[in-house]
Design a protein around this ligand. Structure first.
Ligand SMILES: *Cc1c(COP(=O)(O)O)cnc(C)c1O
Length: 482
């Protein structure tokens, strides 16, 4: 496109003031504040200017010749975008239950109720109602955590990364911590054991090899500088084949003989034995405590199914100094999390309720047969109003636990597979992602897969609407409908 033509379009763009005085925009001013309307006008003008200068011929021409109605529309849209929250609910149709990017575990109804009640008013967060004196925020969950896990003492911080940092800093600052080479894990989002160790002020001593570490490796590495033996659960990967690591029990015996504590970073923090539901056994918190670990750390929003939090529990002798560490104040858990966490933990007092009451655990243990029925019903409903240009089939596939837990565990599922014949699966995925509410789906071999495992029953109608809209609105849908 000729630069002069672009310049002509630019000169023709209305000024902010001119737009502001147009009657339809004036009526917007009756509903919204002037700064908001002006901000929206500026945003639209900026965008049009950019399109005129850099867009292709068609786009630049369109941007340069907007009708008054189109200007009003654009300003209204820009305003709606500004007013819309950035953080908003999405429908997770990926089948990844603890999807870290989508907020990991959805909370239970009990946790939500408690959270809303506590968030909206005052509470006895740090106030002892018996004595009328200052209390501790940890009291609300410490006894619960101890009762469920069998530990002597417990505290909670912002997340498990914080829990590991705080525990290492308290127990081993300026000293050495021995870790097996096979356990120097990286969890997504830049949490790496060697880096956290350095930040805690402790010195990492690696022992063994990537695939095999023996008791003798730890024994030979112990010196007067050793403060702690650390075991890290390989949450998100597995070393298969010729592999060996020292069981926690043996590590505890070995360290105990030298008067040293053992800490285990469990990562996921499971309180129930998932093998009862056909899921691979994940070491539970109770097992770590029973095996004699002095300190155990784990997340609140992974297999526990609660809010983001980091649990630290174990022997009182080691937990007490962790509680008193000034760093603890910087990693402090807030009242909303505490409210959600207390209600979540209470559910574990009656293990028979866990699968029903905690959405994440319920989703993980859905039988494939039920998922097949649900997906079948969804497919039929979708099929009733399907534009040409799509093939929709029911297909066996697998969901994932996610959240860096149980990486090898495939959860058998049934998906609704949509194959667009006239556009790419990636474009359909984008259209779904940009719908309201956004639908997050998986793309596999030119098909968009919808896995209902992670879609709540209440969300299903909204999902159906969003999918229908995306199918009808995409170019091939329109072309075929005409
Ligand atoms: C997930 C995980 C962490 C980090 O926990 P966050 O709650 O995400 O901070 C630390 N260690 C292990 C082994 C983990 O699996």
């Amino acid at each position: 496109m000729e630069p002069e033509v672009r310049q002509r379009y630019l000169r023709k763009l209305p000024a902010v003031d001119e737009l502001l005085h147009r009657p339809p925009i004036q009526s917007l001013l009756k509903l919204h504040s002037r700064p908001l309307v002006v901000h929206s006008i500026r945003k639209v003008l900026e965008e049009k200017r950019r399109t005129i200068l850099q867009g292709g011929e068609k786009e630049a021409t369109a941007a340069g010749s907007l009708t008054p109605d189109q200007w009003t529309d654009a300003v209204e849209k820009a305003m709606a975008t500004t007013l819309q929250p950035s953080l908003r609910p999405v429908i997770n149709a990926t089948g990844v239950v603890l999807h870290t990017n989508l907020g990991r575990a959805p909370l239970s109804a009990e946790a939500l109720r408690n959270l809303v009640e506590i968030a909206g008013g005052y509470s006895n967060l740090e106030f002892n109602l018996e004595t009328g004196e200052r209390g501790s925020r940890y009291e609300h969950v410490e006894e619960l955590l101890c009762r469920i896990s069998g530990a002597e003492s417990a505290l909670v911080v912002n997340n498990n990364a914080g829990a590991v940092l705080l525990a290492l800093n308290t127990l081993a600052e300026g000293k050495e911590v021995i870790v097996s080479r096979g356990q120097l894990v990286e969890i997504g989002g830049s949490f790496r054991i060697p880096d956290v160790m350095r930040k805690s002020g402790a010195r990492l001593v690696e022992v063994g090899t990537t695939n095999r570490t023996h008791p003798g490796d730890y024994e030979r590495a112990i010196t007067a500088e050793t403060a702690l033996l650390l075991k890290v659960h390989a949450s998100n990967f597995r070393i298969l084949g010729f592999a060996a690591e020292v069981p926690l029990k043996d590590l505890v015996a070995l360290a105990g003989a030298r008067g040293l504590p053992v800490m285990e970073d469990l990562g996921s923090g499971c309180f129930v034995d998932l093998s009862a539901y056909g899921i691979e056994h994940e070491p539970t918190v109770q097992e770590a405590v029973q095996a004699g670990a002095d300190v155990v750390t784990f997340s609140g929003d992974k297999l526990l199914g609660g809010p983001q939090a980091g649990m630290i529990l174990g022997k009182k002798k080691f937990i007490d100094p962790i509680k008193k560490n000034p760093l603890n104040r910087a990693l402090r858990i807030d009242k909303l999390t505490l409210a959600g966490l207390e209600a979540t933990l209470k559910i574990y007092l009656d293990p028979s309720r866990v699968i029903k009451a905690l959405p994440a655990l319920g989703m993980m243990t859905w039988p494939a047969e039920e998922l097949k029925k649900r997906a079948g019903r969804f497919r039929r409903k979708l099929g009733r109003e399907l534009p040409a240009g799509y093939q929709v089939t029911l297909r066996e596939d697998s969901s994932q636990v996610g959240g860096g837990a149980l990486p090898l565990q495939a959860l058998p599922t049934w998906v609704v597979a949509i194959r667009p014949l006239l556009l790419s699966a990636a474009s359909l995925e984008e259209r779904l992602r940009k719908s309201d509410p956004p639908v997050i789906a998986r793309v596999k071999e030119e098909e968009v897969l919808l896995d209902l495992r992670t879609v709540a029953g209440e969300e299903e109608a909204a999902l159906l609407e969003a999918v229908k809209k995306a199918l009808w609105n995409s170019e091939c849908g329109i072309r075929n409908a005409e």
